[in-house]
Design a protein around this ligand. Structure first.
Ligand code: AG3
Length: 281
């Protein structure tokens, strides 16, 4: 009803996020979801899937840096990285900033998301021609099923909310399979929704499912994300044989690439959970 605004409503929470839009640039019903791209007045381009904000030019660096760099600086020496989802390629770009990464494979079910990113978010796809990058369009659950055991160092799940296409990615049988494809010392990281809205539900259930799937340690990191529900977001790490509440602090501090949000200090801060969350998890 608010003319000229894109609004994502969170009905259960009685709240919403709104962005003033200039025009709709793209509208496509893919085999998997409804994909829209808008230009906004103050946040650059906006990508929406099934009515949910995926990213804006202005603030996607927060999410993409925080889903990629903490996991990569937690693993002792990540060489083989796999991203499930992440079709906009923003996570892939951050992963490829790490010179030690030898191969990064992104598996998204919906090729239309990547084609739209190439067209409307060219900065996110600028690393796609890196010889270390491999893009596949397939069902991530099946891909993980077929992947050899003990073959991956870091596995990143950059998915939509745990409803519809992404629901299976939060379930214990999938997480157990993820645990098996990781090498010893492997790290998995999954986007895990809002600390304010989901600490006692999605985040807690994911951590429990990870533990039951055989992971030895879990850690949830929090960071601001102004255009997602509540404006505050989380990722949850799980480790196979190593502690994920510790990381290579010196390597993070002396990283060879520029970041806009991530730093070793920010990483430490993000691991420090507020008391209300610690109580709910
Ligand atoms: N992944 C989507 C996070 C979920 C956002 N939820 C929402 N708006 N209700 C983002 C993909 C970025 N690579």
């Amino acid at each position: 009803p608010l003319d000229g605004w894109f609004i994502e409503r969170f009905d259960r929470e009685g709240s919403a996020i709104g962005l003033k839009v200039q025009e709709k640039l793209h509208d496509e019903t893919t085999p998997w979801q409804h994909l829209e791209v808008y230009s906004t007045e103050t946040h650059g381009h906006l990508m929406v899937l099934d009515g949910c904000v995926m990213l804006t030019d202005r603030d996607n660096f927060l999410y993409h840096e925080m889903i990629a760099h903490p996991a990569l600086f937690t693993h002792a020496d990540p060489k083989r990285v796999v991203i499930i989802g992440g079709g906009d390629c923003g996570t892939l770009r951050e992963v490829l900033r790490h010179p030690g990464v030898e191969q990064a494979t992104q598996i998204d079910i919906d090729e239309a998301v990547t084609r739209a990113a190439e067209r409307f978010f060219p900065q996110l796809t600028e690393a796609n021609h890196d010889p270390r990058a491999e893009l596949r369009f397939a069902d991530g659950v099946k891909w993980v099923d077929d992947c050899p055991e003990n073959s991956v160092d870091v596995l990143i799940i950059d998915s939509t909310d745990p409803v519809g296409p992404a629901e299976g990615l939060f379930q214990q049988d999938f997480l157990a399979r993820c645990q098996r494809i990781l090498r010893d010392g492997g790290v998995m990281v999954q986007q895990s929704e809002s600390p304010l809205y989901h600490s006692g539900s999605i985040i807690r259930d994911l951590r429990t499912a990870m533990t039951q799937a055989g992971f030895d340690s879990v850690a949830t990191l929090v960071f601001p994300q102004p255009t997602y529900p509540s404006g505050w977001w989380s990722v949850t790490l799980a480790g196979k044989g190593g502690a994920v509440d510790r990381f290579r602090e010196t390597a993070a501090r002396e990283r060879s690439f520029a970041t806009e949000y991530y730093s070793d200090a920010q990483h430490r801060a993000a691991l420090t959970l507020p008391p209300f969350m610690a109580r709910l998890l």
